[in-house]
Design a binder for this molecule. Sequence first.
Ligand code: PHE
Length: 349
Amino acid sequence: MESLQHLEAQLLEALKDIKTDAALNDIKAQYVGKKGHLAAAMQTMKTLPAEERPAFGQAVNALKTVLLNHLDSHQKALNEAAMMARLEQEVIDVTLPGVPFEQGSKHILSQIIERIEDLFIGMGYLIKEGPEVESDLYNFEKLNLPADHPARDMQDSFYIDEHTLLRTHTSPVQVRTMLAYGGEKPVKIICPGKVYRRDDDDATHSHQFMQIEGLVVDEKTSMSDLKGTLLEVARTMFGADREIRLRPSYFPFTEPSVEVDVSCANCEGQGCSICKQTGWIEILGAGMVHDNVLKDAGYDPTKYQGFAFGMGVERIAMLAYKIEDIRHFYTNDQRFLTQFKDDQGGLEE
Ligand code: PHE
């Protein structure tokens, strides 16, 4: 009985040094395990006189409850300490400086397209898009370019099968729109998008590039409407002081056709290396829509006229920013792209 009374004090003393679950398990086995102190005490019961045994048995059982309680609360204390240690380790310091995050920006070609779109939306145009894989019918035939027409060579094409190709310009979107309008409604659209031509890539040629074409069909449209519209484009992209001039040219889908030059912003028209000493730089092709094109799209050419124009976005960008190689647009070199971040010399609004 006496040694029983010491066991509780001994356990409490031993627990003071116990810092791990493993050590606690050992102590537990030593006191309340099958071969532990309490089990040994039970063994000694046999040696006691019969009348003392019940009281001794009760004392051992009561002590067992007490010891188990101590062990249990020590386990809880260990768990709590472990949790606190983990929380301390995992603490997030919200005052630490953040990791700088490189912000992307719109590609320069997208910036230019959006700028031109904004200009035309302001003039009441709709933006129309169409498929890049196009049928010969819309890309050529309905644009006054029947099979075997020599002018098809002006735009060397990637054919997919006999009647299907990668569009060589966005003019087929204009054809599709006129057909959809059924020869009745006036048309006022621009068509931005990717186009493809069989070209050997070099500093000024790419087999894939971006175009913006425009089309107006109405009962009263004239060459002077076309000129006024294109002057706006030139001034938006190259500065408020620019002038334009129209030179006669040839496109199968327009008659008359013109090529449009903008006065050189670099030398103010005096002549420099950029404008090849002429004072003028060619920026787009345009003209009055050919009667055959109107007819094929269901419009009566005695009632309706139209004008159309088409420009290469890369060319505009190269001139506006003095970019010397068209391939820069496609190779995704950060040193090139970041120059046109909105906050680093990109187009101002
Ligand atoms: N479709 C012509 C081209 O891609 C551009 C153009 C459009 C010319 C409209 C005149 C009128 O070359």
